[in-house]
Design a protein around this ligand. Structure first.
Ligand code: FAD
Length: 384
């Protein structure tokens, strides 16, 4: 029975849809079913943090709807449908109260936004943006409003600070982080980005927690740990993402920072695979587009009968802070080495060198981004 069942991909983000596209290049016959909790529109998630500067509505960012994707992929696409359980022994999924058999199953579940304690009580005044629907909701909440409080100074918080400023909003950023994007940048490079964002009008309260966040005058009032009060019309929570692992864990599959898979993207069950933000691939949970595209190509081969392992070259990330061009290749082991920084003003070159003298990562800002290609060639592969 399961041999005639479809290949099922759960999730229609960039991981799910790109896998389906790659798979169809190699196998045009096998039945394919995609299941998604959202509306199944195909869109590029990185564009969500450049949409305000470009004045884009959510509908303008959606590239194809689920019906068009189904036709293009010769697949069935079930939308608005949450998978609530996996039975690996029976090779079935529970969705909408019924059992769906699968021959092979791929988890492309993405990651969940971490939630602040005030989320429920503040409703629409405090939102997060992690998909197209969130983006549409946030744009709606901003109509007639001017001041935005962003909580979190990681990559996504900084990109939205830049984008919302360019979109005409007054932006304040509050974060417990000592400097911007501390997981990616050494302090001097972060300071360069901060200066450029401040020149745009963004204000920062760093190294500071929020003691209380309350609704006030149809907006928000944040009381910070240092006693400062920050008022805003709208809040945007950007305190990070956690890979969606609950479904896999409940099915007895090992999870760590993500659903644990080997270099063939296979879990401990030979018929269940994972890729994208939800997966920890051979010890790496890389929540970026390039790794999932590389994974999709390898997994498509495996699922079409030619087992393949995934390899990751070092893949630098272009951070979308146009106020200060920025490219980073974070060291995989930030404890084993030191940053060496050169340059002037906002044009900084930071290289992370291990005790053997090998380049393990870099962060380039301003004019120094021109060195990206040269330095990338010197980096060791992330997974070989
Ligand atoms: C604002 C923003 C900007 C970014 N910018 C960049 C960038 O510039 N460069 C870069 O490399 N990366 C960037 N990223 C990260 C990148 O976008 C993600 O790594 C990538 O889009 C993740 O794709 P995914 O398919 O794994 O997850 P998602 O896109 O989150 O898709 C998950 C899918 O799983 C479905 N799903 C979840 N649970 C269930 C369930 N139980 N049942 C059914 N369906 C379910 C969801 O509905 C969804 O369809 C950015 C991320 C954000 C939020």
């Amino acid at each position: 029975m399961t041999e005639n069942a479809p290949l099922v991909i759960v999730g229609t983000g960039l991981a799910g849809y790109n896998l389906a596209k790659e798979f169809r290049k190699l196998d045009s016959a096998r039945p394919l079913l995609l299941v998604s909790a959202d509306d199944g529109r195909f869109y590029s998630k990185p564009l969500l943090s450049t949409g305000f500067a470009k004045g884009k509505e959510a509908d303008e960012l959606g590239m194809q709807d689920a019906a068009a994707m189904a036709a293009q992929l010769d697949a069935e696409v079930l939308t608005g449908t949450s998978v609530s359980a996996i039975d690996p022994a029976a090779r079935t999924l529970t969705l909408d109260g019924r059992e769906q058999p699968y021959s092979d199953l791929v988890l492309a579940l993405g990651a969940e936004v971490r939630s602040l304690p005030w989320r429920e009580q503040l409703g629409e005044r405090l939102l997060s943006i992690n998909d197209l629907a969130d983006y549409g909701r946030f744009r709606g909440a901003l109509v007639g409003r001017k001041k935005v409080l962003i909580i979190g100074a990681g990559l996504i918080g900084c990109e939205f600070a830049n984008d919302l400023s360019l979109g005409g909003f007054e932006v304040a950023v509050v974060a417990t982080d000592p400097w911007l994007m501390p997981q990616l940048l050494p302090e001097p490079v972060a300071a360069a980005v901060q200066r450029r964002l401040e020149a745009l009008g963004v204000t920062f309260h760093l190294g500071c927690g929020i003691r209380e966040l309350a609704a006030s005058d149809d907006g928000l009032l944040a009381l910070l740990d240092d006693g400062t009060e920050v008022r805003a019309d709208q809040g945007l929570s950007a305190i990070g993402l956690a890979p969606r692992t609950d479904l896999a864990a409940a099915a007895g599959l090992p999870v760590g920072r993500g659903v644990l898979v080997d270099a063939q993207l296979c879990t401990s069950d030979p018929h269940i695979y994972a890729l994208g933000d939800c997966a920890e691939v051979a010890g790496l949970n890389l929540m970026y587009v390039m790794p999932l595209m590389t994974s999709a190509r390898a997994l498509a081969k495996t699922l079409s009968g030619a087992p393949a392992t995934v390899g990751y070259p070092a893949m630098p990330i272009m951070v979308k802070t146009p106020a200060c061009p920025l490219v980073v290749a974070p060291p995989l082991n930030a404890a084993a080495g030191d940053w060496q920084i050169s340059g002037e003003g906002e044009d900084l070159r930071a290289v992370f060198i291990d005790p053997q003298g090998q380049l393990q990562g870099f962060a380039l800002s301003g004019a120094a981004v021109s060195e990206k290609a040269l330095l990338t060639r010197e980096l060791p592969a992330w997974l070989s």
